[in-house]
Design a protein around this ligand. Structure first.
Ligand code: C2E
Ligand code: CA
Ligand code: CA
Ligand code: CA
Length: 278
């Protein structure tokens, strides 16, 4: 029994060692990624329920990590936040998004871009000045840049979060609460938050066609949001049935694989041109 125990320990310890060295590799590669120009923005269209037109896109970061292919953000954004790299990466995202807005505007495509903001970016004191700097450099209006924040930013210090959001609003940035309905106390804070939009989390949309209670909940959230003067985006719309149900609930915008998956810049441009028929 003792021997077996020792064998087990060896097995365990070597796989633990592999996990640790893998994590160190990841950390080293992530620290180098920005300078090595390995990040890329993909863009997912947001479609108006009213006229079926794409009115904006969400920028979603990808990492072309050497030897690993395109990595999805869930696999490195949390680490970037832990390592304190997220403010720099976030600045790169905002910079690229502003440049893309300007490039599209130059060929007559008036498409806004929404970027995702981590809590650490939001509370950074100089964020608003840096954003203003990017808007100026690319000569674009603040109304062309949207920012999506999750409810988790409210957890530590809601009052502080509200102050930071208000500064971005004052600059003219459109603000959305991302993954709405998944956090706690969302309803309680909603009317106090200086935001323009909510994004209904995909977990609601997934069940909307099969679970009447989930559908009722969605309809209720949309009605409440409208009463508060907020527009509603449904994320993760995958079926025509989901779209029809959401349209009947007066949802304002759709986003999801039914319309398009996130596209690399050149493909997004092609998609937007085709729609505008240029
Ligand atoms: P999110 O902001 O909730 O973004 C929506 C996610 O759902 C994206 O995953 C998108 O590709 C995916 N999605 C869109 N439509 C559908 C659909 O119809 N079905 C399904 N199953 N999925 C759909 P992605 O691109 O992997 O991004 C994951 C998360 O990473 C994002 O969730 C966001 O929280 C974070 N993220 C992405 N880019 C950035 C960034 O530049 N900065 C920060 N801080 N976070 C980012
Ligand atoms: Ca988002
Ligand atoms: Ca979301
Ligand atoms: Ca999410």
């Amino acid at each position: 029994a003792k021997e077996l125990g020792r064998d087990r320990w060896c097995l365990y310890s070597s796989s633990l060692g592999a996990a640790v060295s893998e994590r160190l590799d990841l950390e080293r590669d992530l620290r180098a990624a920005l300078a090595a120009n390995q990040f890329e923005l993909y863009y997912q269209p947001k479609i108006s329920a009213r006229n079926g037109q794409t009115v904006g896109v969400e920028a979603l970061i990808r990492w072309d990590r050497p030897g690993y292919g395109m990595m999805a953000p869930d696999r490195f954004i949390p680490l970037a936040e832990q390592l304190g790299l997220i403010v720099q990466i976030g600045d790169w995202v905002i910079d690229r998004a502003c440049e893309q807005v300007a490039n599209w505007a130059r060929e007559g495509l008036a498409i806004s871009i929404a970027v995702n903001l981590s809590p650490a970016q939001l509370v950074e004191r100089t964020l608003v000045d840096r954003v203003a700097g990017f808007l100026e450099r690319y000569r674009i209006g603040a109304d062309m840049i949207h920012m999506e924040v999750t409810e988790s930013m409210m957890l530590n210090d809601p009052e502080e979060a509200i102050v930071h959001l208000q500064r971005l609003r004052n600059l003219g940035i459109t603000l959305s609460i991302d993954d709405f309905g998944t956090g706690y106390s969302s309803m309680a804070y909603l009317k106090r938050l200086p935001v323009n939009r909510i994004k209904l989390d995909r977990s609601f949309i997934q069940q909307i066609a099969t679970d009447p209670r989930e559908a009722d909940l969605c309809a209720g959230i949309i009605a409440l949001a409208h009463k508060l003067g907020l527009s509603v985006v449904a994320e993760g719309v995958e079926t025509i049935e989901q779209k029809q149900i959401l349209a009947a609930m007066d949802c304002d915008l759709f986003q999801g694989y039914l319309f398009s998956k996130p596209l690399p810049g050149n493909e997004a441009t092609r998609y937007l041109r085709a729609q505008a028929q240029i």
